[in-house]
Design a protein around this ligand. Sequence first.
Ligand code: FAD
Ligand code: NAP
Length: 349
Amino acid sequence: MHKIKVDYICKKIKLIIHMEVFKLLDIQKNTQNINIENVEKVKCLIIGSGPAGYTAAIYASRANLKPLLYTGLQMGGQLTITTDVDNYPGYPKGVTGPVMMEDFKAQSERFGTEIRFGIAIDSDFSGKTHKVTFDDNKIIEADSVIIATGATAKYLGLECETKYAGIGVSACATCDGFFYRGKDVCVVGGGDTAAEEATYLAGLCRKVYLIVRRDSLRASKAMQDKIFSKGNIEILWEHQVIDLYGENGVEGVNLVKKKGTPDEEIIKLKIDGFFLAIGHTPNSDVFKKYLETDTVGYIKTIPGTSKTNVTGVFAAGDVQDPYYRQAVTAAGSGCMAAIDAERYLSELK
Ligand code: FAD
Ligand code: NAP
């Protein structure tokens, strides 16, 4: 009995020692995280490497702000997952998305932008200088911050969406609609974006099927009227996507009508293009503690500027644009953000 008690006490002491050692290691780890060597000070921090981020970098570096740009996971932004970009001025013969973004990068480097791979994981905009923590274990203390983290189109989460990405599946009618001139396409969604995409495609395509999961649209009355006025848009009410099929690209979609009801029916629909319009998610989570956003999460800027509600923090591109979401508008707002940052910094002196 006595031996068991001694063993028990020994084990308990060992456990306590272990826990204390772990605590100590944890403290060391935390101290390491805020080690002075991990803190860097810069005049201008740019987060994101899409058209908005790189354009901000071109302007900021030319204004001698010595910008530091973190690329995020998707180096070059959304355009790196597309093929032809035909609507960006300056490329009369068109250009592929990845090549165009390499051009953007090279131009920003030409004027001295420092580019680093890393993801912003936390922000602190409570003080005079703004702190952003990155997953490379660095805390960047910046006099000005330009947020250009873009937005991500929502997908249904089906395997076939990845399989046919770029060969029939798109989340941007303005970008890819051109490739489906005279063909049959479908648009999934029932909101304003879906209505807008369907209306746009109706001007190019032979037939547009709008696949709506409920028996009514979420889109505004004005947008609904536009859809109803187009003779080549057919709304498939209460339809949901099962999957896509096709040999070397999309050739059709399998749908289920009135799922879960006695009238449930499986439908095979021949189409050439499959457009998703079920909403976008702006990449603003890391900054939401301090920055005002709309209900969807788009960062609010003072109209006509890139200024957010926090002085010295600016937003550009899709992360603050629920409406246009184009490369050229993103680049334009990146330019605005760099000019706003430059003027803000010159007033600080
Ligand atoms: P993005 O291009 O989305 O770039 C965001 C950047 O932020 C990325 O580099 C990402 O890695 C980074 N980032 C995100 N989160 C973090 C974080 N936490 N930390 C650090 N970095 C982060 N527009 C056109 O004008 N013409 C077209 O032909 C066209 N085609 C398109 C095709 C497709 C398939 C898609 C999806 C979009 C297309 N668009 C097109 C729209 C266009 O791509 C966007 O409007 C544009 O890229 C937005 O630029 P941006 O700089 O705001 O953001
Ligand atoms: P939204 O209003 O959230 O609508 C998303 C649509 O997609 C809804 O119809 C929704 O169906 C459907 N949907 C969502 N997930 C789905 C799924 N898994 N399967 C099938 N359908 C799905 O998004 P949005 O249309 O992108 O609009 C976002 C905001 O921008 C809105 O405030 C909108 O008014 C605004 N906007 C305005 C204009 C304009 O004024 N011209 C243009 C574009 C966007 P349910 O209805 O069943 O939920």
